[in-house]
Design a protein around this ligand. Structure first.
Ligand SMILES: Cc1cn([C@H]2C[C@H](O)[C@@H](COP(=O)(O)OP(=O)(O)OP(=O)(O)O)O2)c(=O)[nH]c1=O
Length: 190
């Protein structure tokens, strides 16, 4: 297997990729994440994960690169990472008491392959009180996460149910990625 690089600054993605038990290094992809918000969400996350992967591939052409992107979609509104406390509060109010969808796109690039896929997970939130939201904002957890919550952290207390891949919500659909690695014979399990 070629040298594997995770093109991501996300500590969660790093922890999840460790589950594959393959050595890898990380690279911080500096990409413009602006995108036409009218595109279907699956296309958006594939486009953004491809941008991240391609930046890394230009720098490390003989490596295998993995990159991902996660967005939250509620009532057709796309929620990325909040830029302020107000934006985070607006996002949590939007998600309160409703179902939303988390999309994570993944791109794998090396000299032989360019492969992308996305996972869509439905998440139902309990109705949230203003006090709960303010306390959560004080904790600081929302600010580096799409939709202003972390299902793996205190945000778990807001989640009534989920349908789909939990790890995709955290930022990397690891079982589907593992299957792609096997299909492309990038891991020695196949
Ligand atoms: C909904 C949700 C998102 N997230 C995270 C996953 C992603 O890291 C982040 C969405 O932002 P992304 O732009 O997908 O990723 P990132 O900026 O953290 O990292 P990089 O682009 O360098 O790979 O939100 C959680 O950790 N838990 C959650 O429950």
């Amino acid at each position: 297997m070629k040298n594997l690089i995770l093109a991501s600054t996300s500590p969660r993605r790093k922890d999840l990729l460790k589950k594959l038990n393959i050595p890898f290094t990380t690279f911080s992809p500096n990409v413009d994440e602006s995108v036409n918000q009218k595109l279907p969400p699956g296309e958006i996350v594939i486009m953004l994960s491809s941008r991240k992967a391609n930046v890394a591939a230009q720098q490390f052409p003989s490596s295998t690169i993995i990159a991902a992107d996660t967005i939250v979609v509620s009532n057709e509104k796309i929620l990325g990472k909040p830029k302020s406390r107000k934006e985070a509060k607006d996002m949590l109010c939007e998600l309160s008491g409703k179902r939303h969808f988390v999309y994570t796109g993944v791109t794998l690039v090396n000299e032989q392959h360019t492969e992308s896929f996305y996972e869509k997970t439905a998440v139902d939130f309990w109705p949230l009180t203003d006090q709960e939201i303010e306390k959560y904002l004080d904790n600081g957890e929302p600010f580096d996460k799409a939709g202003a919550y972390g299902i793996q952290g205190l945000g778990s207390l807001f989640v009534k149910s989920i349908q789909g891949d939990y790890y995709s919500v955290v930022g990397l659909p690891i079982s589907r990625l593992f299957r792609l690695f096997m299909e492309k014979r990038l891991v020695p399990y196949s």
